[in-house]
Structures are given as C-alpha cells and as structure tokens.
Design a binder for this molecule. Structure first.
Ligand code: ZN
Length: 69
C-alpha cells in the first residue's frame, strides 16, 4: 500500500533567464520579418584572423541573432 504525502514533485521552476547582466541592450531594429522590436542585446565578437570586432545582436523579443557587418 502506498502512502502519498502532500509533497508534490513539480520540479524546479525553470527560470528562463534571458536577461544576463553581462549583456547590454541597445536600440537596434530586428531584421526578422515578423518582429518589429527595436531593442537587442549585443556583445562584441572578435573576428578570428582579424584585428577588428563585430557586434553580435540578439533580439530581446524573438531571440533572432544577427551580426553587424
Ligand atoms: Zn526580433
């Protein structure tokens, strides 16, 4: 006979932490067709074999990623 306690196993609430402290946001229009967000996270990406950096954007709304050319 199994005794069931009131303890339910809901699992840990998976907090989708999309907001990272280390990532800044800036005003940048999302290139995705079905998104009209104008804010995006950005981080500097060093170009391998190059001496300059490009910015890698991530849309705050849809998560679309693109690179600054
Ligand atoms: Zn977007």
């Amino acid at each position: 006979m199994t005794t069931q306690d009131g303890q339910r196993d809901d699992g840990a609430p998976a907090v989708a932490d999309a907001t990272q402290d280390s990532t800044e946001t800036m005003q940048e229009s999302c290139p995705a067709d079905d998104c009209d967000s104008d804010r995006a996270y950005y981080e500097m990406m060093p170009k391998p074999g190059g001496s300059y950096e490009v910015r890698l954007f991530t849309c705050v709304e849809c998560g679309h990623k693109w690179r600054e050319s």
